[in-house]
Design a protein around this ligand. Structure first.
Ligand code: CTP
Length: 405
C-alpha cells in the first residue's frame, strides 16, 4: 500500500532542500502531494515541485477550481502524514495558535493527521522565547519535530537553525509512518512503549600496548539503525557501543566502551531489560598482557602475541539471572548461512538469530540481506538498506512481545 504525505513548503531558503526531499521519498515508495505557501513560491516554483511529485501543486486557498476539485479538508484527509518543511517561525506561530490565514495553515488547522515540522530559520529567531513557546505548544498538541541542525546559515550566522537534511527528514517520515503501521500496511498489534531494549553495536578494541590494538571492520551502522528503530517504536533504548564514527541515535542512551570486558560490564549494569539485541562484533580474543609502555620491535623476528578468550556477552546474558525476555543474536556467515545460524541459536541459547551473509560488502556497507532464524523456522528478507532491515526487525520484535502480553 503506497503511503502519501502532504508536504507544505514554507517561505525560507531551505525550501530548495524540500525538492530533494520529494525525490528521496519517491525512491522509498512514498508519494508527496505539495502545498507551497506564498513565501515558499519566492524560493521554489510549483512547476519544479509538481515535476518531481508527479502531481498537482496547491498554493491558493481561494482558488475555486482547487476547492471544487479538492478542498483543504480533502487535502489533509488523503495524506498519511503532514510534513512542514521548511517550517518558518511564522508558520510555527500560526500553527501553535490555530491561525488559518492561507491554504497551508487552514489545512493544518483542519487536519486529524500527525504533523511533522522541520524548522528552518535564523538562530536568533529559533532561540526567541516566543518560538520556543510555540514549539513546546505544538509538541504538547502531538506534533513531531526534526531539527533544526546546527551549522552555517544562509544569513551568515552560525548556530541552530538549518533545516535537517532531506534523507534524515525522509528517515523520520518513514519512522512516523511505520509508528502506526507495519511494513505490510497492517496495524502493528503493539508498539514498544514501556519496554526496555539493550543493544550492542560496533567492534571492540583490545589493546596490545598504548598505541596498538586488535579490532575488526564493524561500522556499527546496523546496530545503530536497530537502536533507532526500537526507539521510534517507543522503547526505552540503551546502546552499548564500541568505537565507531556515528552520531548517537535520537532518543537513545548511548554508552561508549572500548573492550569486550567493558562492553559486558556496561550490559550487565543496564539490566533489567525486556529485549537484548547483540549486534556488536565482539573480539573473540584479547591479548593476554597489555603493556603500559609501547613495545619495541624485537631484534630477532616478530614478538609472540599470546591471546586469551573474551567472555561471550550474548551467551552470558542468555544465562543471566536477569535474562531479557527476548534475546537476539547476530551471525555473520560466509557459507551454509542457515545451517550455521540454526546451530548458533541453539549453542548460544538465544531466542532468535539474525544471520547475515557477509561474503559480499555487508560490513561497512549500507545494505544487508538478513535471514531471521527463530524456533519456528526461517524468514529470508530481501537485500535492503540497513535502516529498513532495522525497522523490519523492530516490528517483528514488537509483534513478538505484543502477543505475549
Ligand atoms: N558475541 C558476543 N560476545 C562475544 C562474541 C560474540 O556477544 N565474545 C555475539 C555477537 O554480538 C553476535 C553473536 O554473538 O550476536 C555472534 O556469535 P559468534 O559465535 O561470535 O559468531 P561469529 O563471530 O560468526 O563466530 P563463529 O566464527 O563462531 O561463527
Amino acid at each position: 500500500m503506497t503511503k502519501r504525505i502532504l508536504l507544505i513548503i514554507g517561505g525560507g531558503i531551505a525550501a530548495y532542500k524540500s525538492l530533494f526531499l520529494i525525490r528521496e521519498l519517491a525512491k522509498r515508495g512514498i508519494d508527496s502531494r505539495v502545498i507551497i505557501t506564498r513565501g515558499g513560491t519566492e524560493f521554489v516554483t510549483p512547476l519544479s515541485a509538481g515535476a518531481l511529485s508527479g502531481d498537482k501543486v496547491y498554493t491558493d486557498l481561494w482558488n475555486l477550481t482547487d476547492e471544487a476539485e479538492m478542498g483543504h479538508i480533502e487535502l489533509s484527509r488523503q495524506a498519511d502524514l503532514i510534513v512542514v518543511a521548511p517550517a518558518t517561525a511564522n508558520m510555527l506561530a500560526q500553527a501553535a495558535h490555530g491561525v488559518a490565514g492561507d491554504l497551508a495553515t487552514t489545512t493544518l488547522l483542519a487536519t486529524d493527521k500527525r504533523v511533522l515540522f522541520a524548522p528552518a530559520m535564523n538562530v536568533r529567531m529559533w532561540e526567541a522565547a516566543s518560538t520556543q513557546r510555540n514549539v513546546e505548544q505544538l509538541k504538547q498538541d502531538g506534533a513531531l519535530f526534526i531539527g533544526p541542525d546546527a551549522g552555517a546559515m544562509a544569513c551568515g550566522e552560525f548556530g541552530d537553525g538549518r533545516m535537517a537534511e532531506p534523507n534524515i527528514i525522509a528517515d523520520r517520515i518513514e519512522a512516523a509512518l511505520l509508528g502506526d503501521m507495519t511494513l505490510d500496511g497492517l496495524r502493528a498489534p503493539k508498539s514498544l512503549k514501556g519496554k526496555r531494549a539493550l543493544i550492542t553495536a560496533g567492534p571492540t578494541r583490545e589493546p596490545i600496548d598504548p598505541v596498538r590494538y586488535l579490532s575488526n571492520q564493524s561500522s556499527g551502522k546496523q546496530g545503530y539503525a536497530i537502536a533507532q528503530a526500537l526507539a521510534d517504536l517507543g522503547a526505552e533504548v540503551t546502546l552499548v557501543s564500541g568505537p565507531v564514527d556515528l552520531p548517537a541515535p535520537l532518543g537513545v542512551t548511548r554508552i561508549m566502551v572500548e573492550t569486550a570486558l567493558d562492553m559486558l560490564a556496561a550490559c550487565e549494569d543496564s539490566l533489567p531489560s525486556d529485549i537484548f539485541v547483540s549486534v556488536a562484533a565482539v573480539a573473540d580474543w584479547r591479548p593476554a598482557k597489555t603493556t603500559a609502555q609501547k613495545t619495541k620491535k624485537p631484534k630477532n623476528g616478530p614478538p609472540p602475541l599470546e591471546l586469551i578468550e573474551n567472555p561471550d556477552i550474548l551467551k552470558t546474558l542468555c544465562e543471566h539471572e536477569k535474562r531479557p525476555e527476548l534475546v537476539i543474536g547476530f551471525a555473520a556467515e560466509t557459507h551454509d548461512v542457515i545451517a550455521q545460524a540454526r546451530a548458533k541459536r541453539l549453542r548460544k541459547t538465544c531466542d532468535w538469530i539474525v544471520a547475515n551473509d557477509v561474503s559480499g560488502d555487508v560490513m561497512g556497507g549500507n545494505e544487508n540481506a538478513m535471514i531471521l532464524v527463530t524456533q519456528d523456522g526461517e524468514e529470508c528478507w530481501p537485500r535492503m538498506e540497513k535502516i529498513h532491515a532495522a525497522r523490519k526487525l523492530a516490528h517483528s520484535i514488537a509483534n513478538a512481545l505484543g502477543s505475549s502480553n
